[in-house]
Design a protein around this ligand. Sequence first.
Ligand code: IFM
Length: 457
Amino acid sequence: MTNPVPTFPEGFLWGTATSSYQIEGAVTAGGRGPSIWDTFSHTPGKTYNGDTGDVAVDHFHRLREDVALMEQLGLNAYRFSIAWSRLLPDGRGAINQDGVAFYRQLGERLRAAGITPVATLYHWDLPQALQDEGGWLSPHSPDWFAEYAAVAKEQLGDLISIWSTLNEPWCSAFLGHSEGSHAPGITDPASSYVAAHHLMLGHHRAIRAMRETNRRPDDQLGIVLNLIPAWPATNEPEDVAAANAIDAVHNQLFLEAVLAGRYPQLILDYHDRFGVGDRIDATELAEVREDIDYLGVNYYNVNLVRYVAGAPAMAAWPGSDGSVMDPPPGELTDMGWGVEPAGLKWTLLRVAEQHPGLPLYVCENGAAYPDVVAADGSVADPKRIAYLEGHLAALGDAMAAGADVRGYFVWSLLDNFEWAHGYQMRFGLVRVDLETMQRTIKASGYWYRDFIAGQRS
Ligand code: IFM
């Protein structure tokens, strides 16, 4: 039985999340250097409708208005990402003070509004200058990332105390280097394991760099993983093994690398199978391992996995030959994802059981549905409200059962650039008219505002 109106502890963070390339626009303003997503989105055929983040939803120029929206929603936290190439246009070396000024202004405005800033260093927009030197396939990439982490902490650490290194490194590694549906668009399964390794080394090196730079007593340093429940479709051993293979690549690779400084045996087997065992030094991972102060969990949906003899491995989970994934029965969101709040509870409790004592944040949760704008301009989005209501009840259940969750962030504050899907997916609590950039709080935004207010009364 789920509790329909859970009560959350005092001090719980109620936020929304966004990322730099998805909302900022202004890609050539303020000294920003190009990123791999500029290159990728401008490559014909890579995004829906040829959409790019050139203008996105113009947050760079509308920061004041967007913080005011957060105040209207009653948020006490806001998760955003820093564009690496705004701080370091070439990825390393010279610091761009205009970029620093933009994020300082954001941090200051948030704090003045009583909204805790929660920053992610890397939400997929690698400086193109570093991609030109090999990107995440370069053995130097962990050093580049540590340098950037230290610069960000030095310049902004007085305003921001909650930091994540990477957002969803599975996407960077496997969508970016094996499936090729994300920047930099490489389609080489072997490379994706090398990229994953450098991302993990980079994460630990960045945590170390941030602990050594501008250290403050209230610092909280962590990482955000998109954990998907890969549930076997039946109890047949073949389906269970097929589900385990997906779980290993998607979840356990990153959980173990982050928390234990090692890889699951199946992943080590894949390293050998793809011929990259000599490029991935697992002992180095153990040596650089740093504790984290919290784990961020992004949760959207459940996948049911079955074994189909002869089915080729899905490109985003290289090695998973025979594994086939389907959404659970029932209605799907625009992304084709099932709606399964029980998966959020399951995910949080599983992490809590495997890693007791680790504080958690739900850093993303939300759904894409089409906006229907009424004649009076209002936007009723009952399906998004139902999605949020169900997932907040599941979150309450997970916490009642022992998960130590400290905050929850809806994806997303604003409709925005949904990567290869362009602007056709709308995740916002706030609608953005892409012609005029006018912001309109949707019914779900008002619903979330009232839910938060109900927690405070
Ligand atoms: O928009 C993305 C976000 O950038 C990362 N997590 C999933 C969201 C929805 O697909």
